[in-house]
Design a protein around this ligand. Structure first.
Ligand code: DC
Length: 226
């Protein structure tokens, strides 16, 4: 089984590149942020403060999160319902970030992520994949890009989905969220010591995919070709 970890801040291009690499390698792409977004969505629907560890933890027994693969595309189910793009709003980004700092939430989602990597070859994107979820990953990439590049990408993504947003708001929310994600006590979003840090600010997605594909073959060629 091939295990590839891609971590990094929001808007760095993780999902675009991980999807392209997954289809090229014929393995599955796991978007772990969707799991935290789903918990955030449930917490919001119950009008609970996403920063309250006690109140959020009390909701966990009511939550069943499943990742399913439909025609190779990941779908997230909350208590049997496919949430689709409802978890992709800027508000859900902030809810996901808040609940992700709660240890009970991270523990709740740990097995779902590890089980997938036990059963399938995966390329998994998140914040703590190389450090906590798959510390023995074959390849670890920490993807970064400048704040402005990341905000522009996120802004374009939201526009394409028909979600209304201002560039300045997207930029400041991204910076606030990254600061929270990278400085939290539990599983902060930092590069693993053995990760390759890859800044793709000035690259097209195609260029980045080529370079990362070559890196994967170099680091884990025998597993990738198996
Ligand atoms: O990748 P994303 O933007 O969908 O992630 C949403 C939030 O979830 C992010 O701000 C932090 C949290 N997250 C995390 O703590 N660990 C992960 N492996 C993935 C996401």
């Amino acid at each position: 089984m091939l295990k590839i970890a891609i971590d990094g801040p929001g808007g760095a291009g993780k999902s675009t590149l991980a999807k392209a690499l997954a289809s090229r390698l014929g393995i599955i792409y796991v978007d772990t942020g969707a799991l935290y977004r789903t918990i955030g969505y449930y917490v919001r629907s119950k009008n609970v403060d996403p920063k309250s560890a006690e109140d959020v933890s009390a909701l966990l027994p009511e939550i069943r999160v499943e990742l399913k693969y439909e025609n190779g595309v990941q779908a997230v189910y909350l208590n049997g319902e496919n949430l689709g793009d409802r978890i992709r709003t800027p508000e859900m980004s902030m809810y996901a970030s808040a609940v992700s700092a709660i240890p009970a939430v991270r523990a709740f989602l740990l097995d779902t992520q590890r089980d997938l990597a036990r059963k399938h070859s995966v390329i998994m994107d998140g914040r703590d994949i190389g450090t906590v979820i798959l510390p023995d990953a074959d390849v670890k990439i920490f993807l970064t890009a400048s704040d402005e590049c990341r905000a522009k990408r996120r802004y374009d993504e939201l526009k394409a989905k028909g979600i209304d947003a201002k560039y300045e708001d997207v930029l400041s929310e991204l910076i606030t969220r990254d600061r929270a994600d990278s400085t939290r006590e539990i599983a902060p979003a930092v590069a693993a010591p053995d990760a390759v840090v890859f800044d793709n600010s000035w690259m097209t997605p195609e260029e980045s995919t080529e370079k990362l594909y070559a890196l994967i073959l170099e680091k884990a060629g025998n597993v990738a070709r198996a």
